[in-house]
Design a protein. Structure first.
Length: 452
């Protein structure tokens, strides 16, 4: 049984750790012990371990091969957002009007303009609409318009699986998402792929909601509910702001919130391309970030969404280590570190590695057959950046996370001197690495990569 074997390896290594005699053979035993942890797992595993104190990689296994990273992709998204938007960025949802007002009647239209806020609620919308009463407006002679121009109207990302529709972890990322549901203005019907329950969990009936809200506040709408862009000369009535980005990222990292992640991806796409945010320009924003900040060639990665739900995403442990090392020197590193789950304390790691609480801060990643864990861990004398990606895993949840937890526990208990062995410094990643990947045999490819 894997758990018994891993416990035995950790026990043997711990006896070495307790010895005060440190030598090259002891250093080598650490490497051998890490290798021993991975023996017997019949699925591709990629690992890279980097000592931030020495600035060197001290362990690597299949770290240049591409894996489906699941939610470890959110590490790229979060740091790209901090770098591009800034830690204090907030989503804004605005209520606007055009025309003129006379004796309680607005001779014009009202506009609800979104910017992709994933945390927006029906209560927030109601508070905005109350501003109409504050302005003395009791009748809207024109239309009530929903402005969703900042994002393209799209369905799910490329590589998304249909059986995720309606699940709590899967929601359409639209410029106006209310109570975690995408807007709909027409009846939706179940089909062979999607049930009524899934539709109800995915879509928000904006027509009925606005009509009822206006009625409840005694505001008469003479016109219709339309999707329409806000004219440039419109008057701003009120704006609802989300929490700051550094707080929203805690939802993305600790809770692994996919809606927040995909909305943020499209916001990055809109911000960098100056066109409506969509999967394509959001993906380009992340790849351009990796290229310009980390010198990772565009052709070395594949990104399809921001959440990591897509099966098309491909990254290597080495890519993630470069990202984590780069982040360590950023002025917003402490804010970023606070967004990660803490082993035995909170987030997705609250019930994991409870024997070493607070020592591991990382991002989890889980899909069917996929497990990932990347972040930072504290040894007795220094910090290690680590990335562990596993694809093709068959078994229950415990089977998928067993290796990750055992490896982190081993390293946390190790002395820093024993991971200060000569290693290699991170070098700019060249496109040559991609060509090598393409030259491996079919047998090797089956063992170390997952096809998109």
């Amino acid at each position: 049984m894997y758990s018994s074997r891993l416990s035995l390896v950790i026990l043997l290594v711990s006896s070495v750790i307790g010895s005060s005699l440190l030598c090259t053979s002891t250093q080598q035993k650490l490497i051998e012990s890490i290798d021993a942890l991975t023996v017997g797992f019949n699925h591709p595993i990629g690992i890279e371990l980097y000592n931030l104190k020495t600035g060197k990689t001290f362990y690597s296994k299949n770290s240049r091969f591409l894996f489906t990273p699941a939610s470890n992709l959110k590490l790229v998204l979060g740091l790209a957002a901090l770098d591009t938007l800034g830690e204090n960025y907030r989503f804004a949802t605005s209520l606007m009007m055009d025309g003129h007002q006379k004796k309680g009647i607005l001779q014009g239209n009202v506009y609800l303009k979104g910017s992709g806020d994933p945390s927006l609620t029906s209560t927030d919308i109601e508070e905005l609409l109350k501003i109409l009463l504050d302005q003395g407006i009791t009748t809207i002679a024109g239309n009530f318009c929903i402005d969703q121009e900042e994002f393209a109207v799209e369905s799910f990302a490329p590589g998304f699986t249909m059986d995720n529709i309606g699940k709590p972890w899967s929601t359409l990322a639209r410029v106006l998402t209310i109570d975690r549901k995408a807007l709909s203005v027409k009846p939706l019907y179940e089909n062979d792929l999607v049930s009524n329950e899934s539709l109800e969990a995915t879509y928000f009936d904006i027509h009925s909601f606005i009509q009822n809200l206006l009625k409840n506040h005694a505001i008469e709408l003479k016109g219709s509910l339309l999707f329409q862009k806000t004219p440039a000369q419109s008057k701003l009535l009120a704006t609802h702001y989300s929490q700051e980005l550094c707080l929203l990222l805690k939802k993305i990292m600790k809770d692994s919130d996919n809606l927040y992640a995909d909305c943020l991806l499209k916001k990055l796409g809109a911000q960098t391309s100056k066109t409506p945010g969509n999967w394509h320009n959001g993906r380009c924003a992340l790849q351009e970030f990796l290229h310009t900040r980390l010198d990772i060639p565009l052709e070395q990665t594949r990104i399809a969404d921001g959440s990591g739900l897509s099966r098309y995403n491909l990254l290597s442990p080495h890519h993630l280590i470069k990202l984590l090392v780069w982040a360590h020197d950023r002025p917003y590193f402490n804010q970023f570190l606070e967004t990660l789950s803490v082993a035995g304390v909170d987030g997705k790691l609250i019930n994991r590695m409870t024997a070493i609480p607070g020592k591991v801060k990382a991002k989890t990643g889980t899909l069917n057959g996929i497990s990932a864990l990347s972040g930072y861990l504290e040894t007795k004398e220094g910090t290690v950046a680590f990335s562990i990606l596993s694809n093709g895993v068959i078994g229950d949840a415990a089977c998928k996370t067993e290796l990750e937890d055992a490896l982190c526990q081993l390293l946390v208990n190790y002395r820093a001197q024993e991971i200060n062995r000569p290693g290699r410094k991170l070098a700019p990643t060249s496109s040559k690495g991609v060509r090598v990947l393409h030259k491996i045999t079919h047998e090797q490819k089956a063992r170390v990569t997952i096809s998109a």
